[in-house]
Design a protein around this ligand. Sequence first.
Ligand code: ADP
Length: 457
Amino acid sequence: MKQWLLNLSLKKKWTVAVGCTIFISYTIIACVLYVALQTWLLNNEEKNAQRTVDDITMFLAAQGGVTIQQLQNNSPLMKAILTQEQTVRIFNLDGVEVLRINDVTDAASIPAQLPALTKETIHGTNAYVYHTVVQIGPFQGILQLIHPLTTFQAMMNYMMTTLVIIGLGALLLALTLSYYLANLLMKPLVELRESMVLVRDHGFEEKVDFKYAADDEIGELLHMYEAMLRELELSFTQQQQFVADASHELRTPIQVIEGHLSMLQRWGKHETDVLEEGLATSLEEIARMKKMIEELLELARRETLDQYATTNVIEDMQLVQSDLQHIYPHVQFLNDVVEQPVLLPISSNALMQILRNLYENAIRYNEREPIVKTTISSENGGITVTIADNGMGIRPEHLTKIFDRFYRVDEARTQKIAGTGLGLSITKMLVEKYRAKITVKSELGKGTKFILHFLEK
Ligand code: ADP
């Protein structure tokens, strides 16, 4: 049963749940109503019977010295006291009937204890039976009133039929309504399912467009699904682009090396000049390829985000600068920074790599004695690190593209500077991973300024 319920479709589960809830609530209310009405009506019937007995005993007491014979003649008057269904009998003390008013029900047996009110079934009819001793002049007898509960029974039967009919109607209505409602609520989920099947079968080619536009939990779920799909599609196309770019970029140095080696094989073996040049170019290309592979791996690896990472930017900056100073002794580093530690929400590794990339570019793309100025300032709840150089600068039309993978400003002046076009894309990837921002300003022939903006830790 449990398994059967679990395996039902959501629509059916919903319908069954609503139907059962309404039915159980209705049954409880109907039972309470039925029992309360029954008690109240029975009470009423008992009071009526009691009142009739009181009226009759009072009537008999008022008759004074009349005989039973006279009373029998007077029976129409007594009949008026009774209702149509009630029967009154008067017995003498030996149990012999001496007087009868109305004759709706047969006589009941007389109990030992008097007065007594009992509920009995006489020939299949429920009735209240009242016995009491009466005194009519010198005659002492026993009065028996039979008050049948036919009206009460009819009313209760009517009530039961009405409740059952209303209950069945309500159940049917509840089932229909809840089925309709379940259908309405399931519609967006069915849409979602269909869209998932489409994506599974046809990938991201099929555009998702949900008709459900309500601003509720399901609407939110659909929005989240759409956003997730867009993100997946983006990262999927980026990955495809990345593989295509990488294989294209790696093909060039391999082709160059292949060309040189086959040239050497054919006629360079004995010519030292050709041999020298061929080997030198091949080694250069291999070095370029090695750097590119390292950088590609760096991009693909995407260091895992450490949410609680912090580092002192001043310390990291000094470490990177002293490393670079060894390689490029002619560079002049100027620092406009405060003395105390400035903590940034980023791992030390990532920050040092960002600084190294920016410093190296500032030094490499420079035709003068490189001067690299670092400024650290805090403003608007954030910390800004600016790295400005006196290099060759970048034309405005290239500025938006320099962060793209493999993008290199292809001008006569930069062609001789070795590079892969990956440095700034790695920098941007790291910066954005730590929820920071990087922007660039540049003036051709004067210099370039990279601005990093971090939220304060
Ligand atoms: P790479 O240096 O390997 O070519 P990058 O992604 O680091 O790759 O840089 C992309 C391009 O941006 C470079 O080819 C260069 O022309 C330009 N560039 C980057 N930094 C500077 C800079 N400080 N000054 C002038 N040009 C720069």
